[in-house]
Design a protein around this ligand. Structure first.
Ligand SMILES: [Cu+2]
Length: 333
């Protein structure tokens, strides 16, 4: 009933506006006419409004930029993030400069060249020199930005992984993440989806020696200033490992392993001071709409000193130990 009433109100409003416009047209036809004078007056007002719009628009943009700045991400907590942040701000600077210049020109021209009695517009078909410059300058600027972007891509994604990297697997499934540390040998044990069975939910091959010291956790701890090589896998659909504070994102794709190498540079404690938020915690979230409970798919991330990290890792159970424990518990039942 409410929907019907709303529809009737909308239809009646449209009819009312249309009739009002028609009435105004008829009234204006009855008035004595001095078209040129009227048009000139209107032009003047429009030109002034254009200038006013320019000023109000910039004040509004400035206000928005400063009042919403607090919602931006804090400084990057990884070496690679600092590189991509720099590229982002350079892009913003170039785009911002062009935006300001073109908007000023657009509205200023509207005001400056409004209709004036006796003034005639200068007409020319084209100017080769001008056309050359407005084609060449944007081309050079864009080529520069693209070249710079490719270099950043190379520096983050294609450079050889450092020798001293720590290998960690991020295993995604509907709807949680599991981290697998490679253990002392820094080598992840073989895993295959057909081996997924009860407690072995990552399908790790227990006959592979490299898997014995693997450690499975539901929280991701990282030692500061240590290159981390994340290996991503998925059990079911495409998920995405997203850690905004490190500017890290990579899809977890079923049937293949993807990877991302980065070095965290700011510990959780330091970041709490930087953000002035004693409750701050790094986070990993899924960034692909992967199903009904996608919104809850996340993992807590802690960056700490190497000593604290080793202490934490030392307190975790290895894969083989946890399998033995689970088997004996099941046998007792
Ligand atoms: Cu997901």
């Amino acid at each position: 009933m409410t929907t019907l009433l709303i529809c009737v109100v909308i239809i009646l409003s449209v009819i009312f506006i249309a009739r009002s416009i028609r009435v105004m047209e008829l009234i204006s036809e009855l008035k004595p006419k001095d078209d040129v004078q009227e048009q000139h007056k209107e032009n003047k007002w429009n030109a002034r409004i254009l200038l006013l719009f320019l000023i109000v628009m910039f004040i509004y943009f400035g206000y928005q930029t400063f009042s919403y700045a607090k919602y931006l991400l804090p400084v990057s907590a990884s070496k690679e993030g600092a590189i991509s942040d720099k590229m982002l701000w350079i892009n913003f600077a170039v785009i911002g400069f062009v935006f300001v210049c073109t908007q000023i020109l657009l509205f200023w021209f509207g005001y400056r060249y409004m209709y004036q009695k006796g003034k005639k517009a200068f007409f020319f078909t084209h100017n080769n020199k001008l056309e050359f410059y407005w084609t060449a300058v944007p081309t050079v600027v864009l080529l520069g930005l693209i070249g710079y972007g490719l270099k950043v891509w190379y520096d983050i994604m294609l450079k050889p992984v450092p020798e001293n990297k720590m290998v960690i697997e991020i295993y995604a499934r509907q709807f949680d993440f599991t981290a697998r540390y490679a253990g002392k040998d820094n080598q992840l044990g073989y895993a295959y989806f057909k081996l997924i069975d009860g407690p072995n939910r990552l399908g790790i091959d227990s006959t592979d020696k490299a898997s014995h010291d693997d450690i499975l956790t539901t929280e991701l701890h990282l030692p500061v200033n240590q290159p981390i090589l994340l290996k991503m896998r998925s059990q079911d659909v495409i998920h995405s490992t997203y850690m905004p504070h490190f500017r890290v994102q990579m899809n977890n794709v079923p049937g293949m392993t993807t990877q991302f190498c980065f070095t965290p540079t700011i510990t959780t404690e330091e970041m709490r001071k930087i953000t002035k938020n004693p409750k701050f915690d790094y986070i990993m979230v899924c960034n692909k709409v992967c199903g009904a409970a996608h919104f809850g798919m996340k993992m807590n991330v802690v960056v700490e000193s190497p000593e604290q990290f080793n202490q934490w890792l030392g307190g975790q159970q290895t894969f083989i130990a946890s399998m033995r424990q689970q088997k004996s518990t099941m046998a007792m039942k």
